[in-house]
Write a new protein. Sequence first.
Length: 403
Amino acid sequence: MTEAYIYDAVRTPRGKGRKDGSLHEVSAPKLSSGVLNALKDRNGLEGHVVEDVIWGNATQAFEQGGCLARTAVLDSDLDQRIPGLSINRFCASGMEAVNLAANQVRGGAGHAYIAGGVECMSRVTMGSDGAAIAVDPSIAMEHYFVPQGISADIIATEYGFSRDDADELAVRSQNRAEVAMNEGRFDKSIVAVKDINGLTILDRDEYPRPGTDMQSLGGLKPAFKDMGEAMPGFDKVALMKYPHLERINHIHHAGNSSGIVDGAAAVLVGNKEFGEAHGLKPRARIRATSKIGLDPTIMLTGPVPVTEKIMKDSGLSVKDMDLFEVNEAFASVVLRFQQAFDVDPDLVNVNGGSIALGHPLGATGAIIIGTLLDELERQDKEIGMATLCVASGMGAATIIERV
């Protein structure tokens, strides 16, 4: 089978996902075309040089609706003969775009692709496209649907994670992100967002809260307690599914959950012939990809079974990995991953994660692949895995190896 390589990876800074966030004035197509242009310029991509642009986003409504991928291509400087494909695997959309591109290359369906994703959470409200699993009672009741925050608290209850455990992970994420930003570890991949006059709107992540400590987090109210305990209450739904639990322990709040932000990311994937033809040197090969479905109530434990699957499929083991990126959708997701595989926390999210930096849903999967690659290069390490939990009970993973 043809090898698929990563030639480059770029992303925007992540802007606070509010009306006063720096990127609120920038639309999803504009954020997308910006990173497409960056890949084009950095790699000299002239003409119909890539087969397709595969683009993920989780809320496919309003400006993020239609075939956003094609809109982004037309809004960019790429050749208009390049088509676009929009996909949605919720939080893993950006990763799935990269994985799909890699597997297309592996299968011989084109020499190169651009893949990634976007989410403008300050402009397009999460869930505004509707979702039958959440709003159709005939489906939601049958599958014991609860919101993701309740699912995160179910994980904490089921696997014994305390509020202090979650807050300690959050403080670690903030501290690591602060170090990474101060040392310029993200600079290789970040593309500044500029206005129509060429003036910089944002050139560094603006969500992190340096100085966060256990005391400041300790004063925050659990975010999902009221919705869990109010009548009829999602806690009752969860306990119907998990009757062995006495109660749901609500440990998550704004400080130990992922941040709502705007952002986009793009990855250039191609075969060996593509690189040789354009004078490009591959940075890594995509060693394996995987996705899986699981219980939709607990929903967010996907990184564990998908890791087991990708290791089995690839013939590798967790111990073979030098580094891990595990999306910090909620603290309990990462805590469960570390617990399941007895992974050293010093190898996981070494530059912080979505708790500190924010989680632009459709872009995050592509972002963490790029972050993993940059960090493997910085530490002169060889192989790593990126993984995410996914809404409604799924998981996705990618293993990359430097070349």
